[in-house]
Design a protein around this ligand. Structure first.
Ligand code: NAD
Length: 416
């Protein structure tokens, strides 16, 4: 049953996305909840909505349209509800499945780690999805940035995200150390801090399944399990083993291992088969630099994924252009990967690229590929013409500096 909202206004004429045969069924006017975000969220969300609307209008000649539905989180929620994220925001995203989100400030003394982490935990958004690709003309610190086109699936609920720690010297730390030393016959020094990180079969398999599905949908050649299993055998190593098990059990026709590629197919990858490989985390960092184009999808536990997403983004010009999504089985919350940059808030100055490209991911998730491609090409053209926001402007010779809103207008005028 549709939730009853106190403050959220359901847009007239909008339709709900539903699930049919375990797939999203997308109407022509889907209701999309949107969290504007704090700080620069206000600037970049405005720009993003007009770019997305223009592309959808142009691609489908008015047959399709996003019915945006404002939902509240962060500062605007606190003003309206005296709560940082009201229940009806969670209800709306759960009920309508696909949502767009700007960055949120972490309130000091709010009683929780961060609003973003709360959203991910309450909605069980177990996969953090970060595609990283190069846009021609964006300044990059490497020689061949165009070789990067990788999508990172980072586990979003456990490993260090549900890590448990005890501070050195506390009663609890001593208790834990003494218990382990005595009962497990170990020899931990008493002046140690202690941390525990869990990695489960369920969360690993949910993540790897999503990564393989993505590779299938996007017709990609490989999925790499990135782990530190040579040292941490029963967490990181188990992640690798469970990943291989899932691929063999749930995708036996569509996947082969790297060993099978050589033993059975003499190194010649058959069409329609995805190679599942694994790399130790340190080697993965080398490989993404030196053999960048050998990687399509990387699936990895939380902490490795945190490092790898930013390192890969740095190779193609930084976080300003890096989109992201946090996803469950069906829910997709598409969001900018940077924060609220309060120094620049309401100045109409910053780069809306990350949120616009997250919007592109959202359009692809809806199956509206024509509009998505239109935006990607227009962004490319806008950058090649050297019309960019201040962050790229200061790194590009002979570029013209545009405000956030003018940059959005330039993207729209470059759409074909
Ligand atoms: P930040 O990403 O907000 O900003 C760091 C710096 O990056 C800025 O000062 C600016 O120079 C640059 N920058 C960021 N976005 C940009 C853009 N779109 N265009 C041009 N330059 C850009 O990181 P921070 O200062 O560490 O965090 C500020 C607040 O944002 C904190 O409250 C933090 O908790 C929150 N935060 C939220 C999210 C999220 O909502 N997903 C993510 C990270 C941080």
């Amino acid at each position: 049953m549709a939730p009853k909202f106190k403050k959220i206004v359901i847009p007239a004429g909008g339709q709900r996305i539903t699930i049919k045969n375990k797939k999203l069924s997308i109407p022509n006017k889907p209701i999309i909840p949107v969290i504007e975000g704090d700080g620069i969220g206000r600037d970049i969300m405005k720009a993003t909505r007009i770019v997305l609307d223009a592309a959808v209008k142009k691609a489908y000649k008015g047959r399709k349209k996003i019915a945006w539905m404002d939902v509240y989180a962060g500062e605007n929620a606190f003003k309206l509800y005296k709560e940082w994220i009201p229940q009806e925001t969670f209800d709306a995203i759960k009920y309508y499945y696909v949502a767009l989100k700007g960055p949120l400030t972490t309130p000091i003394g709010g009683g929780f780690r961060s609003l973003n982490v709360t959203l991910r935990q309450v909605l069980n958004l177990y996969a953090c999805v970060r595609p990283v690709r190069f846009f021609k003309g964006v300044p990059s610190p490497v020689k061949a940035p165009e070789k990067m086109d990788v999508c990172i699936f980072r586990e979003n609920t456990e490993d260090v995200y549900s890590g448990i720690e005890w501070k050195k010297g506390t009663k609890d730390a001593k208790k834990v150390i003494n218990w382990i030393n005595k009962n497990m016959k170990k020899n931990i020094r008493l002046d140690s801090g202690i941390g525990i990180k869990p990695i489960s079969v369920k969360a690993t398999k949910d993540l790897v399944r999503k990564a393989i599905q993505y590779a299938i949908e996007h017709k990609l050649k490989s999925v790499t399990l990135m782990h530190k299993g040579n040292i941490m055998k029963y967490t990181e190593g188990a992640f690798r083993d469970w990943g291989y098990q899932l691929a063999a059990k749930e995708f036996p026709i569509r996947t082969i291992t790297e060993d099978q590629l050589w033993d059975k197919y003499k190194g010649k990858q058959p069409k329609n088969k995805i190679v599942i490989k694994d790399r130790i985390a340190d080697s993965m960092f080398q490989q993404i630099l030196t053999r960048t184009d050998e990687y399509d999808v990387i699936a990895t536990p939380n902490l490795n994924g945190d490092y790898m997403s930013d390192a890969a983004a740095a190779q193609v010009g930084g976080l300003g252009m890096a989109p992201g999504a946090n996803m469950a089985d069906f829910i997709g919350l598409f969001e900018a990967t940077h924060g609220t940059a309060p120094k620049y808030a309401d100045k109409n100055m910053v780069n809306p690229g990350s949120l616009i490209l997250s919007g592109v991911m959202m359009l692809e998730y809806l199956g509206w590929d024509k509009a998505a491609t239109m935006i990607v090409k227009a962004v490319e053209k806008t950058i090649i013409k050297k019309t960019v926001t201040y962050d790229l402007h200061r790194m590009m010779k002979g570029a013209k500096k545009l405000s956030t809103s003018k940059y959005a207008e330039a993207i729209i005028s470059n759409m074909k």
